[in-house]
Design a protein around this ligand. Structure first.
Ligand SMILES: Nc1nc2c(c(=O)[nH]1)N[C@H]1C(S)=C(S)[C@@H](COP(=O)(O)OP(=O)(O)OC[C@H]3O[C@@H](n4cnc5c(=O)[nH]c(N)nc54)[C@H](O)[C@@H]3O)O[C@H]1N2
Ligand SMILES: Nc1nc2c(c(=O)[nH]1)N[C@H]1C(S)=C(S)[C@@H](COP(=O)(O)OP(=O)(O)OC[C@H]3O[C@@H](n4cnc5c(=O)[nH]c(N)nc54)[C@H](O)[C@@H]3O)O[C@H]1N2
Ligand SMILES: [Mo]
Length: 747
């Protein structure tokens, strides 16, 4: 292995670190010296690179090896595995792929393979899997994300694009100079700012919040959790009932209209459909004025607080921030659309520091200036198979081959899946109603997973292909949302027989005679140079000069110059809506969308509305609590849940559940007790922590505990045994993890 004459570096979704290696083993990571607020998450990897949780050789489930495809179903997750050689496993996989595509067609292979995998431009597991499958005729894919599927589908009807405006979120500098009031639905929890997809150099979310506070920005934290905004922000805390934000936003809009505080000139110039929306607000269309009193009953907030907030928003330079969590609830299209309409009525969109932003809550890179550089990616090729599912309709698809589903105005059919392949995601982390998924998961004839650790995905597969981690391979961390570009060094040799995903697919491609198409005759090194050279040319087009490959390797990292002007969302549209129209049918903001209206979905009509969620406190029995399963503070999803940073937080081995002390007293429960949270979908074991910083009637468990089922109960505390698996609406079919009721008992 070539050793550079400098610190070895690694980059991850949670930051950049220097790597200490002694005798071929990683002994520790050190925080990147240019990171003012490094995340502890990364240190969790050191102790689990090797050991009992590491997958060190190709493994095949015993009954699958003996009986072949279709024989392992009910035994998945229960039966032992047998070690096989790479040579043998490549032959098995190649033969099985040939059988499935010849007998059933390529659309019988599901490889949506949703998930975060690891940072790095080349060893991106999904890209590797998809490119390989595209070389052999394609696969059934998935659309959208678990993060914000509802917004990805509805916002383009309203603003022309969602991703485009997410990428150009108004930056923290602009907030500090031009915002007076930051109203954060779902708060801006620092725990989430530890993360940036694709890697990051410096964590800036805390500095952004502090700079805003120093500049006298006032904060409002609208969330069931007080901790969703740092104490230093001195925020007003409005602890609404979960899953009722759309009602609150509609009532704010009503009060602004009622007091004639809306910006009619902005509405005339930049929007269409205000009359239809206003008729709904006033109750002209359904007889119900969406007043503060109306929302007060739904959200369980004082009407006077809503009225005061409406007035404050209309009389200050206001930024509305909506957490992505608001989309991951039943009818999750509505809060995002309602927030846009509310922001449009305030008339400040496209001006510095004000308007709307899609989630300062979510990641470090939301609020960073964006670089207009189209960096190179590992090419995935073309997928000839047209079948797809909205990503969270996984169980529905497995349960219901040939069944129909709607998505964004069209009806489609679920394909008949025989083979599932996952590389770089963990459905037993991310999907809802895991007991139901496990039953449906028994149906495909073969399940393959590329993994590095024995998590629930690996345990529930038939063929497990052991992959490397970022510390065992060279790569480049590079994202247009982060100013740092980092060389990810191969710090150690692959552990056991683990292979890079690229080498795994190259081996199977050779077995199937498509290795030339898959590799184009290139080694990892030559792909990395290719990615660098193309990215360098792309950067030059944006007047950014990157060093040559050798210099980059010598230096280890590069920092791009800070753009001279802060990013301001919708600035160009605001300045000249004729020259820079939105990509909507009208070219303007569609407060009412004729397109969505014409789809005739009762659960997503032509303008934002309040629709009762399937599960919420307003429809709960007295012994039911609303479960919030938000992102974990000490890991990324299920990644490194088995490492020391995550484990330090749960001395009893189960995930903590937070509850208000008055609720605990009412149930006669004491801090530290192990509880069983249940509903008709399953049971989750968790340890009680009490805190006054949570709304009464709400409990919270972070996601991420590895799924460890014993019967219908998860013994580790994975909340997805409890969550509801249904689509947000017929429009987006997004996941609804945050709308969930449970009952509580002692273990
Ligand atoms: N209840 C509830 N559920 C949720 C959410 C919620 O808020 N509440 N949030 C949802 C959201 S927003 C998301 S994005 C999803 C996240 O869900 P996922 O992205 O599926 O979760 P991860 O744990 O990040 O899964 C990544 C997997 O990739 C593996 N991996 C890492 N590097 C590599 C590699 O190089 N090669 C290969 N082959 N594998 C690798 C890891 O070991 C891990 O198993 O969860 C969703 N689920
Ligand atoms: N440390 C860490 N950071 C992460 C991740 C991680 O796994 N770990 N995951 C990353 C990913 S993939 C994503 S998509 C983003 C997600 O970013 P978000 O969606 O913003 O993250 P969450 O933590 O789920 O939600 C933010 C807060 O919203 C609040 N909330 C929940 N339901 C409601 C509601 O109905 N109304 C209101 N007003 N508030 C509500 C919760 O209290 C929660 O703490 O986070 C990213 N950041
Ligand atoms: Mo996400």
């Amino acid at each position: 292995m070539n050793r550079p004459d400098r610190d070895l570096l690694t980059s991850s979704h949670w930051g950049t670190y220097s790597v200490d290696v002694v005798d071929g083993q990683v002994t520790g990571l050190r925080n990147f010296e240019h990171d003012p607020d490094p995340s502890p998450i990364g240190h969790g990897i050191v102790d689990v690179l090797e050991g009992p949780t590491r997958i060190t050789a190709p493994m095949v489930r015993k009954s699958w090896l003996e009986g072949g495809p279709g024989t392992a179903g009910q035994k998945r997750g229960l039966e032992e595995f047998v070690e096989v050689s790479w040579q043998d496993v490549n032959k098995l996989v190649a033969a099985e792929l040939n059988r499935v595509r010849q007998q059933h067609g390529n659309n019988a292979i599901y490889a949506g393979s949703y998930g975060w995998a690891s940072a790095g431009r080349f060893h991106h597991a999904q890209s590797q899997l998809k490119r390989f499958l595209n070389c052999i005729g394609g696969f059934t894919s998935s659309k959208n994300t678990y993060s914000f599927a509802a917004a990805e589908v509805v916002v383009p009807h309203v603003l022309g694009t969602f991703r485009g405006f997410l990428d150009t979120t108004t930056s923290w500098e602009s907030i500090a100079t031009d915002c007076e009031l930051l109203v954060a639905f779902g708060g801006i929890p620092l725990k989430n700012g530890q993360i940036s997809q694709g890697g990051l150099g410096a964590h800036v979310q805390m500095a952004g919040l502090h700079a805003a506070k120093m500049a006298k920005v006032q904060f409002v934290n609208i969330s069931p959790l007080k901790s969703d905004l740092i104490d230093d922000a001195d925020a007003q805390w409005l602890a609404l009932r979960p899953s009722t934000d759309a009602a609150l936003m509609l009532s704010l809009a009503y009060e602004i209209l009622d007091q004639n505080l809306h910006d009619q000139s902005f509405l005339d110039h930049y929007t269409v459909g205000f009359d239809r929306f206003a008729a709904y607000l006033t109750g002209e269309t359904d007889g119900i004025p969406k007043s503060a009193e109306w929302a007060a009953r739904i959200c369980d907030l004082p009407a006077s607080e809503i009225q005061t907030l409406a007035r404050r928003m209309a009389t200050h330079r206001t930024m509305i921030s909506v957490a992505w969590a608001l989309t991951r609830q039943d009818h999750g299209e509505q809060p995002f659309w309602a927030a846009i309409n509310l922001a449009a009525m305030l008339g400040q969109m496209g001006l510095p520091g004000t308007g709307i932003s899609f989630g300062y809550s979510a990641m470090n890179n939301v609020g960073l200036n964006r670089y207009e550089i189209d960096y190179a990616s590992f090419p995935q090729g073309q997928n000839p198979v047209e079948d797809f599912i909205p990503v969270a309709r996984l169980t529905d698809m497995l349960e219901n081959p040939g069944g129909t589903f709607t998505y964004d105005g069209v009806s489609y059919t679920y394909p008949d899946i025989r083979l599932v392949w996952w590389a770089g995601g963990n459905p037993f982390h991310h999907h809802q109603d895991l007991n139901r998924l496990r039953r449906a998961w028994a149906r495909p004839e073969t399940i393959i997973a590329n993994e590095w650790c024995w998590n629930a995905l690996a345990k529930h597969a038939d063929i497990v292909l052991p992959c490397t981690t970022t510390l065992e391979r060279p790569d480049i961390a590079m994202s247009p949302k982060d100013p740092y570009i980092v060389s990810m060094d191969a710090a150690i040799e692959p552990v056991g027989q683990a292979r890079d995903d690229y080498d795994i697919f190259s081996g199977i491609a050779a077995e199937m005679g498509v290795d030339r198409a898959f590799t184009e005759g290139r080694s990892t090194e030559s792909w990395l140079r290719w990615l660098w050279d193309v990215s360098r040319q792309q950067a030059a087009k944006a007047d950014v000069s990157l060093p040559d490959w050798e210099t980059f390797q010598r230096q280890g990292w590069v920092k791009l110059p800070t753009p001279e002007e802060p990013t301001i969302m919708m600035e160009a549209f605001r300045a000249d809506p004729q020259a820079n129209p939105l990509r909507t049918p009208s070219g303007k903001i569609e407060l009412f969308s004729q397109t969505v209206h014409d789809f005739a979905y009762d659960d997503c009509p032509g303008h934002p509305v309040w629709l009762e969620p399937a599960e919420w406190l307003g429809g709960a029995s007295t012994d039911e609590f609303h479960l919030i399963s938000n992102q974990p503070r000490n890991k990324l999803h299920s990644q490194l849940d088995h490492g020391p940073v995550s484990c330090a937080d749960r001395p009893k081995g189960v995930e903590p559940v937070t509850m208000h002390p008055a609720d605990a007293a009412m149930l006669n429960l004491a801090e530290g007790e192990v509880l069983r949270l249940s509903n008709e979908r399953g049971t989750c074991v968790a340890e009680l922590r009490t805190s006054k910083d949570i709304r009464r009637g709400v409990i919270q468990i972070a996601t991420g505990a590895w799924f460890k089922p014993v019967g219908e109960a998860c013994q580790n505390g994975n909340p997805n045994v409890l969550t509801l698996d249904k689509g947000t609406s017929q429009l987006a079919q997004g996941p609804v993890a945050h709308s969930c009721l449970v009952r509580i008992a002692r273990q």
